[in-house]
Design a protein around this ligand. Structure first.
Ligand code: ADP
Ligand code: MG
Length: 227
């Protein structure tokens, strides 16, 4: 079974190299924690994709990044590795509350060996059950825009004054689903001196304008955003 698995990953890797998705850069050369490196190894990833190679270094320096790359290009790890490393390097613990908010449910795997806590606020789920999570302390929060705004406005136990990073994944779809107004309200609630990351499968005028809006307040912080 293991051999079969290895054979398929080799095939998968060849396919990705063939389609030009991988670069020559190695995960093992990134300045990341052992805990994160271990999961990446378990996932059988060795080389970074182009979007990962272009996004991870500036994100780990604290800069804002807007990245557009087609579906399947590896955007998830491009924002998730820096986000998880941020929480780890700042030693976030439950009592610190939320340090990162993410608009896409992909975090669980990479957090495998980390002690930082993960929570969810998703439209359609039970609001009460979600509010209870905050009592325990949620370091990395996965959220849909409408429900996130709801908790920002109404949930007393939601601690977000130490928030360091907002990741808006699938920004094009968020705009398509008419969440722009909710996102604007969300920007107003969250600390201004945070890092903002925005990923999208398409780079339309709307997405670029939206990213400018989301970066607006912290341009003076760690240098200009990276597009
Ligand atoms: P996107 O969000 O750009 O559509 P994903 O992050 O979902 O892309 O990744 C697409 C696929 O590529 C996933 O199956 C993921 O596991 C795989 N992948 C991501 N990064 C790498 C990498 N560095 N090496 C090999 N495979 C990768
Ligand atoms: Mg994606």
């Amino acid at each position: 079974k293991l051999l079969l698995q290895q054979a398929t990953t080799v095939k998968e890797k060849k396919r990705k190299e063939g389609s030009g998705i991988l670069t020559g850069k190695l995960f093992s050369d990134l300045p990341i924690s052992e805990l994160t490196a271990k999961t990446i190894k378990e996932m059988n990833y060795t080389h970074l994709t182009h979007i990962q190679a272009r996004s991870i270094p500036p994100l780990m320096e604290g800069r804002d990044v807007m990245g557009a790359a087609k579906t399947g290009s590896g955007k998830t790890l491009a924002f998730l590795v820096p986000a998880v490393e941020l929480l780890y390097s700042l030693r976030f613990s439950p009592r610190n509350g939320t340090g990162v908010v993410l608009t896409h449910d992909v975090a669980k795997k990479l957090m495998k060996y980390h002690s930082q806590t993960l929570g969810y606020v998703i439209g359609g789920n039970s609001r009460r059950g979600e509010a209870d999570q905050f009592a325990k302390g949620v370091n990395l929060l996965v959220a849909t825009p409408g429900r996130l705004l709801d908790h920002l406005q109404n949930t007393k136990g939601f601690i977000y004054k130490s928030l360091r990073c907002l990741v808006i994944d699938e920004a094009d779809r968020i705009l398509e689903q008419n969440f722009e107004e909710d996102m604007k309200q969300i920007f107003k609630h969250l600390p201004w001196n945070r890092q903002t990351v925005l990923f999208s499968a398409t780079q339309t005028v709307e997405v670029v304008n939206f990213s400018k809006l989301s970066f607006e307040k912290n341009e003076e912080r760690k240098g200009a955003p990276v597009y």
